[in-house]
Design a protein around this ligand. Structure first.
Ligand code: SF4
Ligand code: SF4
Length: 468
């Protein structure tokens, strides 16, 4: 059995403010009796380390809103109020609860418990309208998933052969293309340019720690980053290739932005890249309206890995702000089905990015047909960055973040990935799938709300319309 992949999470609080739904405040009439320390099982109330006679400020992050401490305080000294900014953060896709959940996962790598049972809606746009078939959850696997049982989350990047060819003497004549293995189906994508050096370094070190790779624009690769060559995928625009040949030559994987939408000169571009470095190349294409046809044409020209980049809310890039484009779930399904139809699906690796915001989005994207995902904004949320969608996309960095040592920032991103990996194991265990590679395109193991809705009520409404 291969060595088990494990992500080492450890509690790493960030001493910066974040927005929570509620805030607990301890009033001046507190008599430091310590009763709240006993009633809160989440340890939101503690005594001050340097003076145990006094109570420390309540830790709102771990609070689960049970109100017990408020009821039990003999002096009525505790108060819980709604944070004013809570309703303003995020938007229709990056919901405030989602951001807080990511922040909490980055604190210690644990999966936050939101109470008994699922209280959310069972449908919604995009991945929210998709459920996974957890029929294997009845088996006694709980100990197994994190203990004896081996669940492999590893994936491979590169072109694969459709079949092997042998000569008359049985000698392999096919040239097997190089591939790169990573133990988790997640690449890091550098979220925005001009990040402070401590954040940039933390992103790279977190990628190294969890044994994945980070896509980084060539212009962002600073002198001194050579030591990280094994984990950085330099990403160049076609017009930058000649200028950054030295960087591209040394990489284990390279990436090229290909946003012009035409594939007529794609073959020449691919040859040019291969003359510089024979390693697998990722071609990044925006998730435009006919992306499935573009991807299929590129696959036909010999592309090895294609990254489909949706916008930050997982929507098709339509060139307008209408929000009427397809969502990531439908984009990936369309690409996968087109490649299956063209009988080339098994040869190519599909990475998807944009709108991968929660742990569950990774296996869901794979069930829709992606081989793996790339993430960006969740890594910044782990560092306390607030996302606002309205009136337009805005990222607010917490004051003082640029002075936090990169080791703390690294560990928070590692914690986040630890929590995501644990959730993937839970999901795969419950689905009875032991290999992440087997998730790809297994849409039969997923239930899509729109399909059920149509099957259940479609006929009924059709009949009513016929009567009219
Ligand atoms: S129970 Fe009330 S009075 Fe006692 S320490 Fe807690 S807040 Fe203070
Ligand atoms: S409300 Fe409940 S969870 Fe929150 S601090 Fe009080 S006792 Fe702890």
């Amino acid at each position: 059995m291969p060595k088990k992949y494990h992500i080492n999470a450890k509690a790493t609080p960030l001493d910066l403010d974040y927005v929570f739904k509620y805030k607990i405040v301890r009033g001046e009439n507190c008599i430091n009796c310590g009763k709240c320390t006993k009633v809160c099982i989440y340890e939101a109330h503690k005594r001050q380390e340097d003076d145990p006679r006094k109570m420390a400020d309540p830790n709102t992050i771990v609070c689960r809103n049970c109100f017990r401490c408020i009821q039990e305080c003999p002096r009525g000294a505790l108060e819980k109020s709604i944070e004013k900014d809570f309703a303003n953060i995020g938007g229709t896709f990056w919901k405030p609860d989602m951001l807080i959940s990511l922040w909490k996962q980055a604190e210690d790598g644990n999966v936050p418990v939101s109470g008994a049972g699922y209280r959310g809606p069972f449908t919604g746009p995009g991945f929210d309208g998709m459920w996974t078939d957890m029929s294997e959850i009845v088996r006694p696997t709980r100990d197994g998933i994190h203990g004896r049982e081996y669940i492999n989350t590893g994936v491979e990047l590169g072109r694969k052969l459709n079949h092997l060819a042998f000569d008359a003497e049985g000698k392999l004549t096919s040239k097997v293309p190089a591939t790169v293995d990573i133990p988790i189906p997640i690449l890091f994508d550098i979220p925005i340019i001009n990040l402070s050096p401590n954040i940039k370094e933390a992103l790279i070190k977190a990628a190294i720690e969890i044994k994945t790779l980070i896509l980084m624009p060539v212009v962002e690769i600073m002198p001194g980053f050579e030591k990280y060559n094994n984990n950085i995928i330099p990403c160049a625009k076609p017009e930058e290739i000649d200028r950054y040949t030295d960087i591209l030559k040394k990489a284990r994987l390279i990436a090229v932005e290909y946003s012009d939408g035409s594939v007529s000169d794609f073959s020449d571009l691919l040859q040019k890249i291969k003359r510089i470095n024979q390693v697998p190349a990722i071609i990044r294409v925006p998730a435009v309206i006919n992306v499935e046809n573009i991807v299929a044409a590129m696959a036909g020209y010999g592309a090895e890995i294609i990254q489909i980049v949706a916008d930050y809310r997982g929507q098709e890039i339509t060139g307008t702000n209408s929000g009427n484009g397809r969502l990531l779930k439908d984009i990936i399904r369309a690409v996968h089905l087109k490649l299956v139809e063209d009988r080339i699906r098994d040869e190519i690796t599909i990475v998807t990015s944009g709108g991968i915001a929660m742990a569950e989005h990774v296996p869901k994207a794979m069930l829709c047909g992606a081989d793996l995902t790339a993430i960006d904004l969740p890594l910044l949320v782990a560092l306390g960055v607030r996302i606002y969608e309205e009136p337009e996309k805005l990222l607010v960095f917490p004051e003082g973040l640029e002075k936090i040592p990169s080791s703390i920032l690294t560990q928070r991103m590692v914690n986040l990935m630890g929590a995501w990996h644990s959730q993937m194991l839970e999901m795969m265990g419950a689905m009875g799938i032991r290999e992440a590679r087997r998730l790809r395109g297994e849409s039969g193991r997923a239930i899509f709300f729109e399909d059920i809705d149509k099957d259940t009520f479609g006929k009924l409404f059709r009949k009513q319309e016929e009567v009219r």
